[in-house]
Ligand binder design. Structure first.
Ligand code: CTP
Ligand code: MN
Ligand code: MN
Ligand code: MN
Length: 441
């Protein structure tokens, strides 16, 4: 509604949720530099840095929305969210083609931090400690670090696999397996790839799959049964099933669901599965044959079996999807035999990774939402992260509403606003619909 917006295309709406931000844009030269500044601030990881990181990201996000390549500082005049520091960087790139500060930031420390924090389960605190020990390669960490966290053990062992980007065909292949099994358990299930692939990315670090069922309550118990089936097929390497911790008060109270936080309370599984190397050549092909080859590999597929005692901290659960679907007919003796067989066949993640194998390890997130929260969950799990921050801040500041992946709550009228489609989520917030591929902030 700004009266200048027709004449002056340089005025952009303040919030990213009010404008399109696409993967392809005109200003990569600048946004890459600003995102290195952001990354560096994130890796330093203290309170002051995290707000600076957000400022760099917000500025970068504005430049991604510009409908033309930036050629002069005067074009920034009416744009919000670009502070003095960002302006200095942009000006230097305009004048010299590069920015000295950004070049100097990408030193040894930065590069090691990026490598280490790319390991599943490793955050900046551990990465810093490793660097202080003098480590600079994955190999040193693989040989020198003993972790009680299953994610780190598997993340280190399968670092090469997991740092090879997942492509679209692999994502579709994984979706196909999950859909087939889920539909067998629960006909009528709704299942959707979310995350980066839904935003039009051709590669990602994982595959995010959101599930629900239109009949309220039918989705309960689905995930455990699904995981049991996938495990029986030998597809699962490791993972952790988190129970739902949702209750209705959270719509209004929970600070973890605020603009800053990305957390939600859905039942979910974060883990690693194996898929055939060949599936990216033809994702439509039926791989039941090659999958049985996969499952005949020695490993029994639980995240905890390698060293049961240390695997799971209190918040983690072993990959044991019983009691649902437990084969009651097994007597104690054959159960014990089965267990013994399992242990004998067990090898460590590192040994498993070194085998000559026809499969690759892939990170997968499976999330289950009740239907009445589904379209809010879809927005939240489509992201991206920056889009979520922005749309949640917008809801809070401009509307006095609380948005999360569970719903939208009007704090003035004290009521929740349901949505029966993603478009309704936007309508409820008086926003024009932004397509998933326009949410790449
Ligand atoms: N997300 C979330 N709650 C979490 C984890 C993730 O709401 N506990 C959201 C993130 O904000 C993100 C989306 O779910 O927008 C997918 O997360 P993630 O897989 O980490 O990122 P992607 O955008 O899919 O990036 P990539 O392609 O690298 O996987
Ligand atoms: Mn990490
Ligand atoms: Mn993802
Ligand atoms: Mn994910």
């Amino acid at each position: 509604g700004n009266e200048n917006s027709g004449r002056n295309p340089l005025i952009l709406p303040e919030y990213a949720c009010q404008r399109a931000t696409c993967l392809k844009h005109f200003n990569h030269k600048f946004t890459k530099a600003l995102e290195i500044l952001q990354k560096h601030a994130e890796l330093r990881d203290n309170e002051r840095d995290s707000s600076r990181a957000l400022a760099f990201r917000r500025a970068s996000c504005v430049l991604k929305s510009l409908p033309f390549p930036l050629t002069s500082m005067s074009q920034l005049k009416n744009l919000t969210n670009i502070g003095d520091h960002c302006k200095r960087v942009i000006q230097e790139i305009l004048e010299d083609g590069e920015c000295r500060e950004v070049n100097e930031l990408q030193d040894d420390w930065f590069q090691k931090m990026v490598v280490f924090t790319n390991i599943f389960g490793i955050g900046s605190a551990t990465a810093k400690k490793w660097i202080e020990k003098g480590w600079s390669t994955i190999k040193e960490a693989q040989e020198g670090y003993i972790s009680s966290d299953w994610r780190v053990r598997w993340g280190l062992a399968f670092h090469t696999d997991l740092n090879t980007p997942v492509n679209l065909q692999e994502a579709q292949y994984i979706q196909q397996i999950v859909r087939k099994e889920a539909e067998t358990i629960l006909p009528g299930i709704i299942l959707q790839i979310t995350g980066g692939f839904r935003r039009g990315k051709e590669e990602g670090h994982d595959v995010d799959i959101l599930m629900t069922h239109p009949e309220e309550g039918k989705e309960v118990g689905l995930l455990a049964r699904l995981l049991q089936r996938l495990q029986n097929k030998g597809i699962i390497l490791c993972g952790n099933l988190e129970k739902s911790t949702y209750s209705d008060e959270m719509l209004t109270l929970d600070s973890k669901l605020s603009a800053k936080g990305q957390l939600d309370h859905f039942e979910k599984w974060l883990g690693i599965i194996k898929i055939p190397h060949s599936c990216s050549e033809n994702p439509a092909m039926d791989y039941s044959g090659s999958l049985s080859i996969i499952s005949s590999c020695v490993h029994k597929g639980t995240g905890c079996s390698v060293d049961n005692s240390t695997c799971c901290t209190a918040s983690e659960q072993p990959l044991n999807y019983q009691p649902l679907n437990l084969d009651e007919s097994l007597d104690l003796e054959s159960k014990a035999k089965k267990q013994k067989l399992g242990t004998e066949n067990e090898i460590s993640p590192m040994e498993l990774a070194k085998l000559d194998r026809n499969w690759i390890a892939r990170r997968v997130d499976l999330i289950v939402s009740p239907y009445d929260q589904y379209f809010y969950a879809l927005v939240g799990w489509t992201g991206n992260k920056q889009f979520n921050r922005d749309i949640r801040t917008y809801a809070q500041r401009e509307l006095g509403m609380k948005l999360s992946s569970h719903g939208l709550y009007d704090l003035n009228k004290n009521c929740a606003l349901p949505a029966r489609s993603e478009k309704e989520v936007f309508q409820n917030m008086k926003l024009q619909y932004i397509e998933p591929w326009e949410r790449n902030c």
